[in-house]
Design a protein around this ligand. Structure first.
Ligand SMILES: [Zn+2]
Length: 282
């Protein structure tokens, strides 16, 4: 899991671009006119969002109330497959070195195939195409999240544009290895004095998105390749050297994919497990 840089675009300009891209249809010839009529109101709301985003207090944002059908009109602005939304996605997920981050950072398990609306679009339709409110996500995370994003004024999910992830380890895994079968238990623990509020938010994020169970279910995609990576070297290098190399690789991956990247955390736990290492020799 790693932080992503939010877009450098002007948010409200993006809203206007989307409105502008809407074609007048015979079924609803006034759609664009209605959207343009509420543009000033939208600009004010976008300014409030920007202020709350800059201060990382989005949970204090109050949803706008619409006396007419504006809510439905706004909701229709968003279409994941539309060209502008896809362009925005590639801008956010392309790194400075032109690598594409195609994995959902909310879970680091599945492919990005949607945008999560940080403030849910049903409640905050005004921000349905606000680029600062759109976080690239997989549909599994998106569907777990649904409409519930806060409880008693506290956010339930990390905002990976704004909540700076700790650079210390908080994800751990216990391994019970017996006769080639693995029992794995991923868990979170605050061993390095991570800010209490941030750690609570991390716990909530992992729990609501079922990340610990999802890591366990995906563990074979780490265990088998690691076994196969090590086995060819067993008769070529001393075991200590092999272990040292495997640890270095896992730590290099953590630099790129995040300090608490579950695959690296699992690899390190396996490498440090005597039963696992012994099993490689036969
Ligand atoms: Zn995901």
């Amino acid at each position: 899991m790693r932080n992503l840089d939010s877009t450098r675009r002007n948010s409200f300009d993006f809203h206007k671009l989307i409105v502008d891209s809407k074609k007048t249809t015979r079924i609803d010839p006034d759609y664009k006119t209605r959207l343009l009529a509420i543009e000033d109101e939208m600009e004010t709301l976008y300014n409030v969002y920007q202020i709350n985003f800059d201060r990382n207090i989005l949970e204090t944002t109050v949803a706008n109330v619409y006396p007419d059908n504006s809510k439905d009109d706004l909701l229709k602005l968003y279409n994941y497959k539309s060209k502008l939304i896809q362009t925005l996605k590639s801008e956010i997920t392309t790194t400075n070195t032109q690598r594409i981050i195609n994995t959902c950072q909310n879970c680091t398990l599945s492919e990005i195939n949607s945008f999560d609306h940080i403030l849910p679009k049903e409640e905050f339709s005004e921000f349905v195409v606000n680029p600062l409110n759109l976080f690239p996500s997989c549909t599994i995370c998106n569907s777990y999240k649904g409409r519930f994003w806060q409880e008693n004024g506290r956010r339930l999910y990390l905002n990976l544009y704004l909540d700076k992830l700790p650079d210390s380890q908080y994800l751990f895994v216990d391994i019970d290895y017996n006769n080639d079968t693995f029992g794995l238990r991923f868990y979170l623990e605050n061993r390095s004095e991570i800010n209490e509020n941030l750690f609570t938010l991390i716990e909530s994020h992992y729990s609501k998105l079922h990340l610990l169970e999802r890591f366990s279910r995906n563990s074979d995609k780490v265990i088998t390749p690691l076994q196969n990576k090590i086995r060819p070297y067993i008769h070529l290098l001393p075991m200590e050297k092999i272990i040292e190399m495997a640890i270095q690789t896992a730590n290099l991956n953590r630099n790129v994919f995040g300090m608490n990247y579950w695959e690296s955390i699992l690899e390190l736990a396996l490498i440090n497990n005597e039963n696992f290492i012994q099993s490689l020799s036969h």
